[in-house]
Design a protein around this ligand. Structure first.
Ligand code: UN1
Length: 514
């Protein structure tokens, strides 16, 4: 299946049918149709999308608001059943969804399969948490003659803004969490990946989510994201993407004249791994390769800065270069491919500019060569550079670029301070067989590296829903962690009910509050 044509390739995601928005009001302005090209080969058309118009943004919020009371009052178990059914449907359509992930987002086939699994996992996980926490109020202790209850409810219309690097998993995860908690949703997928989002919406609706409760608004930030966030009718925002956009959303929410609502943001990282002289070299090289270059380095969890103890650096770097030479770069359709394209030419150009600077300011360790088949796509050769210090980087480099820094064995505190000095706090890895090094760096004994997800003697990507709840601190996000037990309540309001049951004179209705 190398061809980019065929029924799926021409799938359209017209905003009217994909979002349930009545587009009669937009007759005067015909929505522009945008053609999506495959990141692996820009000559291949993946499909077309009609981006939402400003009036459709407003109509989507109105429709979701109208659908909120009924969805919020539906039993949590019923909402959970919809999400379980959605998980079944996602799995039943695995092949088709993997094809779409490959075509639209340039994902490798294994990465595409993992996307579908993760999306289904999110649905089932949040369904289970909703059954636990939202089904019945929590009874709280109180004096005799009084009854106290605490219950969780949806907030209203939740805005979900998701990234292109997990176009199915994160899109579905945000939406599933918001719906499980009783909210209705207006979702804005990444501009680059609206088709997979439209397919996810179809499957969620087919599983029983009411059409009006889930609105899809494809489009870019200025024309869709900004008016969505500025609207006083919305009750919260879940966002995954860049730090700059999260900060902008935060400012917009603060400045609007409306209710104070939560922002749940998952952003970037300057993720480091420390390798000391006791680490097992073969294991280190395999884990570094995977953490830096799988998904073409386009994961917010990916390894960006590798600290190697100087005593073993030369040997490790020789092995790393040898392993990088074996990486297969090319068409994500090819099962042998390890590293596919980056998402688009903007990303490619930004990465090329960074590499040009590194070529001048850092020492090249190894650069993979690109095969001719990559000429028509947005490819960047996986590359590793050696730097003197982490301050040479300005911000996250979102692609297959690894930076290496050597450190002296007596400088672990400086390494910790340098990593924390970036201001981020997402993922961190350590490879060591020395217990007190592990404890010191992960912060078991004293303040170590600040990071939401810490990995010891393993790779540092691929957090599993319900097993490794994922999310960062400081510049890396607000928490709580996606795929963790504390995520859903953040999408909810808590209400306490205190009843003087004695005054009711034994009123049965009040005594059996639920
Ligand atoms: C992201 O790249 O936005 O641990 C999140 C991982 C994924 C999360 C990545 N579960 O790699």
């Amino acid at each position: 299946p190398r061809s980019a044509t065929g029924p799926d390739a021409t799938r359209r995601a017209p905003s009217s049918s994909a979002s349930g928005v009545d587009d009669r009001s937009s007759r005067s302005r015909q929505p522009a149709v945008r053609t999506l090209q495959s990141p692996a080969d820009h000559r291949r058309t993946v499909g077309q999308v009609q981006d939402a118009l400003p009036e459709q943004v407003s109509a989507a919020i109105a429709a979701a608001a109208a659908a909120f009371p009924a969805w919020d009052r539906s039993p949590a178990d019923q909402r959970a059943q919809c999400l379980d059914a959605a998980a079944d449907r996602l799995e039943a359509h695995l092949g088709e969804l993997v094809v779409l992930c490959c075509r639209e987002a340039g994902k490798s086939i294994p990465d595409g399969i993992a996307e579908v699994r993760e999306a289904a996992d999110f649905c089932r996980y949040y369904a289970a948490r909703a059954r636990e926490a939202f089904a019945a109020p929590l009874e709280l202790p109180g004096p005799t003659g009084e009854r106290n209850q605490l219950s969780l409810h949806g907030r209203g219309v939740f805005v979900c803004i998701s990234p292109w690097n997990f176009p199915l998993a994160i899109f579905t995860g945000q939406v599933a969490a918001a719906l499980a908690a009783g909210n209705t949703v207006v979702a804005k997928p990444a501009e680059q990946t609206p088709l997979i989002a439209a397919r996810a919406v179809e499957l969620l609706r087919a599983a029983g989510v009411p059409d009006a409760a889930l609105q899809l608004l494809p489009g870019d930030g200025p024309s869709v994201g900004t008016p969505l966030v500025a609207d006083p009718r919305i009750a919260g925002v879940a966002f995954t993407g860049s730090v700059a956009t999260a900060q902008r959303i935060n400012r917009q929410l603060a400045e609007r004249n409306g209710p104070i609502v939560p922002l749940i943001a998952e952003t970037g990282g300057q993720n480091a791994m420390v390798v000391d002289a006791s680490a097992l070299p073969e294991q280190v090289v395999g884990d570094v390769l995977q953490s830096s270059f799988q998904s073409t380095g386009q994961r917010c969890s990916a390894l960006r800065v590798l600290y190697i103890q100087e005593d073993v650096a030369e040997r490790m770097l020789t092995m790393l270069a040898g392993a990088m030479a074996e990486l297969q770069i090319g068409d994500p359709w090819d099962l042998a491919t390890d590293v596919g394209p980056v998402i688009d030419t903007d990303a490619q150009q930004a990465l090329a500019a960074h590499c040009a600077r590194m070529d001048r300011e850092a020492r090249l360790i190894y650069r993979c060569s690109l095969p001719p088949e990559t000429d028509h796509g947005s490819f960047i050769a996986p590359v590793a550079y050696e730097l003197d210090n982490i301050e040479q980087l300005d911000g996250e480099v979102f692609g297959p670029v690894l930076h290496v820094i050597r450190y002296r064995s007596d400088a672990l505190d400086e390494v910790i301070a340098a990593i924390n000095g970036t201001g981020f706090g997402l993922t961190f890895g350590i490879h060591s067989r020395i217990d007190h090094h592990i404890r010191r760096l992960t912060g078991s004994d004293q303040p170590g590296v600040r990071a939401g997800n810490r990995y010891v003697n393993r790779n540092m990507i691929g957090a599993v829903v319900g097993v490794q709840p994922f999310g960062g601190e400081a510049l890396s996000g607000t928490g709580p962690k996606a795929g963790g037990p504390h995520y859903l309540p953040r999408f909810a309001v808590e209400r306490a009910l205190s009843v003087n049951t004695a005054a009711a004179g034994g009123n049965a209705a009040l005594l059996s509050l639920d």
